[in-house]
Write a protein that binds this ligand. Structure first.
Ligand code: DLL
Length: 424
């Protein structure tokens, strides 16, 4: 296997150097936020942290956590650490509550984002001059622009289709010979459907960079088999500066490399906030070390993962690896006394031959008692009985459900809405 790096010096530096850089950058980012923003200063004061005497990594756990709630309360620029006139761009996510989470960027922050994303592209095997089709939306969602800034830094030829108009996406990919495609996983399924309907082949397409939602190995395999491409799992979020800021898996596919010279990533027990040992699942907490406008300090992402390894990877990178995101804390479902994540259902459904990767979990509330209904598309011949049997094995109970013909369930243009809540 051939491995390439966009920035070999940064991506393969030895652990002691990486730790020294984190230590120094942490001290400096703590001083930066405390000296430039009242909200951060007050937060640190409450927690008894004095930026002037803060010692770096050894004091990391003394820093208070940040959460989405802080972003919402400080809307629009209450946590911004630079004058508004220095801002160059912003992105925003609204999430389920509808109150916006805003991330402002300086020109330096855009360059930092582009660096993280360019590392991801090159890690996936993209080469200068490759045609790169960007299918996440261009707008407030960070997906489109993040892919764009990074592709420019990696020297790619950008086809910025954005989301939607899938027939045109497929035609452009064919006509321009797209080699790299980036997108939200569920949208890629839509592209595969249109390719099948129109009988279009995309022989140049080799690399798929997908993220924004959890996807199972089964889903990865279906995308690989359907498109004949290698699928990479890219991670990041509005609060850390967008797609790719929290890394991606390399061609060895043994965890998501974190860009540790740019971020400190911890895994903590969601209940106590204490760090958990490597290998144990907990909540991902991120600290940005190099961002200017709004660096997050110990941001509780709500995402669940575990440290896979801090050893050097066979790709040559020394940056630690996280397991794929197994779900969000607020995604966990408890039905009939059983706790589970939607991803577990996806994994089980896609093991059934003929079942298609389009499904919905409908949660019905009958006066406080929740009932689950599973709707899934499948080729003719797959029976409800087969699906029910597999679901009973994972869940221990049999949910209601139905098997639908291909193309019947609603499709999303952005992130898929797999879980739907209904009042009975
Ligand atoms: O979804 C950034 C992104 C865009 C990543 C496109 C990859 C591709 P937000 O809208 O702020 O940003 O949502 C961030 O999405 O906290 C996770 O819960 C989830 N998420 C992002 N990437 C992954 C992934 C973008 N690879 C939230 N696997 C995060 C699982 C992911 N979940």
């Amino acid at each position: 296997m051939k491995f390439s790096c966009h920035n070999p010096a940064a991506e393969t530096m030895d652990r002691s150097r990486l730790t020294a850089i984190q230590d120094e950058r942490l001290r400096s980012i703590v001083r930066h936020v405390a000296s430039s923003n009242d909200w951060f200063r007050a937060r640190f004061e409450q927690a008894g942290v004095d930026a002037a005497t803060f010692r770096g990594l050894e004091d990391l756990e003394k820093l208070p956590f940040m959460s989405k709630k802080d972003f919402r309360e400080q809307y629009p620029l209450g946590m911004c650490c630079v004058p508004k006139a220095s801002l160059a761009e912003m992105h925003m996510s609204s999430g389920s509550t509808g109150t916006p989470v805003v991330m402002p960027y300086t020109a330096g922050d855009l360059a930092q984002w582009a660096e993280c994303m360019a590392r991801c592209y090159v890690m996936a095997g993209a080469r200068s001059g490759d045609v790169c089709q960007i299918t996440p939306g261009f707008g407030l969602f960070n997906g489109g622009f993040g892919c764009y800034h990074g592709a420019r830094a990696a020297g790619l030829f950008v086809v910025p289709t954005g989301a939607g108009n899938t027939a045109r996406q497929v035609t452009l990919a064919r006509d321009f010979g797209t080699r790299v495609i980036t997108g939200v996983v569920s949208y890629t399924l839509r592209i595969m459907e249109v390719m099948a309907q129109t009988g279009t082949a995309l022989p140049n397409l080799k690399i798929g960079i997908f993220g924004a939602e959890s996807f199972s190995d089964e889903m990865k395999r279906r995308i690989h088999d359907g498109l004949g491409i290698e699928a990479f799992d890219i991670y990041g979020m509005t609060e850390t500066g967008g797609i790719g800021t929290l890394g991606m898996d390399c061609p060895a596919h043994c965890g998501l490399h974190q860009w540790e010279d740019q971020y400190i990533v911890e895994i903590v027990d969601p209940k106590t906030g204490n760090p958990v040992p490597d290998g144990q699942v907990g909540e991902v907490v991120a600290t940005s070390l190099t961002r200017e406008a709004l660096p997050v300090i110990r941001f509780r992402t709500g995402d669940l993962s575990r440290v896979v390894s801090r050893e050097k990877c066979e790709c040559g990178r020394t940056h630690m690896r996280l397991d794929r995101i197994s779900g969000r804390l607020d995604d966990m479902l408890i039905i009939s006394g059983v706790n589970f994540f939607p991803l577990q259902i996806e994994q089980a459904l896609l093991k059934i031959p003929g079942v298609l990767p389009e499904y919905r979990l409908i949660i019905k509330d009958h006066d406080g008692t929740k009932k689950l209904r599973v709707e899934v598309e499948a080729q003719p011949g797959v029976t409800g009985h087969q699906v029910a049997k597999v679901l009973k094995e994972v869940l221990g109970f049999t949910p209601e459900g139905d098997v639908y013909a291909p193309g019947t369930l609603p499709r999303a243009e952005g992130k898929a809405k797999r879980v739907v809540y209904e009042k009975a």
